[in-house]
Design a binder for this molecule. Sequence first.
Ligand code: CAO
Length: 416
Amino acid sequence: MALPLEGIKIIDFTGVQAGPACTQLLAWFGADVLKVERPGVGDITRRQLRDVPNLDALYFTMLNSNKKSLTLDTKTPEGKAIMEQLIREADVLVENFAPGAMDRMGFTWERLQELNPRLIFGSIKGFSEGHPYADLKVYENVAQCAGGAASTTGFWDGPPTVSAAALGDSNTGMHLAIGILTAVIARQKTGRGQKVSVSMQDAVLNLCRVKLRDQERLEHVGYLEEYPQYPNGTFTDTVPRGGNAGGGGQPGWILKCKGWQEDPNAYIYFTIQEQNWARTCEAVGKPQWAQDPDYATPRARQPRLFDIFAEVEKWLADKTKFEAVEVLRKFGVPCAPVLSMKEIAYDPALRASGSIVEVDEELRGKYLTVGSPIKFSDFKPVITGAPLLGEHTEEVLGRMGYSAEQIAKLRANKVV
Ligand code: CAO
């Protein structure tokens, strides 16, 4: 069966994580993605954090599957000419270079439109155009700090904290993928391409929506009832760090289970859902709480939340995180074991669903990667290996009309 994005030609002029995550997703769904990389150098992640000498690092292979690779020095006249021909034939060009790099190379948005008015140009930067920091180079944690995530993550008595989740990188790539697909649909109506820009700061902020909600609530009422600082702590004029508190109307916390003294991940996340309170009480052996006026309503429970959590921890003391979840799920309590990366890597359910997949590459052999988190009823994305640097150079140039001699000359001159 043809994959949905088959026939869509994407020039992947990206590096590190944010851009490659975007184009990888589109490749999984069938787009023809050609990674354009500097000869002899390639995407920097090929050699960052290597686990096997001289092999492309997992950092690269896990973000560049299902793509092809062409080496091309786009700063040489011959390289520029090849790039221009590729752009004329492409549907989409994606880049995430440092601010101004595309312009310095001669590929301004105006020039791209001249070359191909149907081209969709996807661009990732740290900050939006016109922002005072628009000239900054940005990596993941910089974006988490600028987007509001770090100031609201962690514990109130500790420093701002970054998340392990790639809110700045892969998240921005996912936003760009949505933007690109939207522009593809728009082009079906208008016949024109357009520039689609996403800044990492904005993509992080989009995920911190509820914290902006909290800022506005704080300015209206002076406190945030679902934060651990309420009712006995103090609030300033900005949203505090709330530790592991449940972010919405459902109080929750990370609770210790059997073995927490030795195992740093022997915990569960436990949630108090208002509409499920009576069953929750039954589950943790406190059925009397359901009718007790000190515990029966969210308002009554609010000042006692940490006493409740302490009682639940007593109930958890002789249960592993998996045993605890087995009981709680039967009572409809929203909860989960805190899973370590090792547990995730070997989780049979994640393997069965295709969320973790094993790729077999000629040089590296078998390795795990994260598969498509988006599931379709008509097809299942198949994750293949990542290309070696310049693996498809001959194939691509040959298709563009270059002879073997011409390619050899380009190679000798380090253009490809
Ligand atoms: N041929 C010729 N030159 C090439 C080339 C090619 N195929 N590919 C890249 N280059 C050149 C660029 O044109 C640039 O040259 P100039 O500096 O002379 O303009 C140079 O290589 C380096 O570009 P770069 O963007 O990779 O710069 P960097 O390594 O200094 O910065 C990063 C990396 C990620 C900080 C920066 O690209 C950035 O801020 N990107 C936007 C935000 C982003 O996506 N960050 C996410 C990274 S994931 O954590």
